[in-house]
Write a new protein. Structure first.
Length: 179
């Protein structure tokens, strides 16, 4: 993985290219993780600023801005801009982004759709919330809250939620509609 040192305009194109290749709306945390933590495509501070600038320029937008963790999506103008100038992104970087997207889209999608959190309660237990979100409506389709006796139980349950969410949802759904 190369360390890219690009100008401001190319950095914006890189972020647009990442969003196009991921093919799904992304949370700010997902964008930051993809572009800065997992890859050295952008510097952290630059990435935060680029997101704001692209929203202001109407190249990306927030479909449902009042959500707890809003998603960002490409606008038509953003797609058009990228189609005109994507060749300004080094081909090695475009290939690296495309390969990353191909290998990681399902994992990132699951991380955004299957969300879990835990909160310590006054009695020392932990209230763990498990949510399945609709990425397009940006709202919870399914949510359960379970009291856990220890922090380690809450952490382990949260880790397992990403893999278990579809099966749990299916089981509850079938249990509710079966005669």
């Amino acid at each position: 993985m190369a360390d890219y040192n690009l100008d401001s305009t190319t950095n914006k194109l890189v972020l647009l290219f990442v969003m196009e290749k991921m093919e799904i709306p992304l949370t700010e945390n997902s964008i930051m993780d993809i572009c800065t933590s997992r890859n050295n495509w952008l510097k952290y501070i630059d990435c935060k600023e680029i997101i704001l600038q692209l929203v202001e320029s109407k190249l990306i937008y927030i479909p449902q801005p009042h959500q707890e963790e809003p998603l960002f999506a490409l606008t038509y103008e953003g797609q058009n801009c990228l189609s005109l100038f994507f060749q300004n992104i080094p081909i090695t970087l475009r290939d690296e982004i495309s390969e990353f997207a191909k290998l990681n889209i399902q994992h990132i999608k699951r991380n955004q759709e299957y969300v879990s959190t835990y909160t310590k309660m006054a009695d020392g237990s932990y209230l763990t919330t498990f949510t399945i979100r609709d990425p397009h409506l940006q709202q919870a389709l399914f949510e359960i809250k379970i009291k856990m006796e220890s922090r380690s139980q809450a952490i382990n349950a949260c880790k397992r939620w990403i893999d278990k969410a579809p099966d749990i949802y299916e089981s509850v759904f079938i249990g509710l509609i079966a005669d």
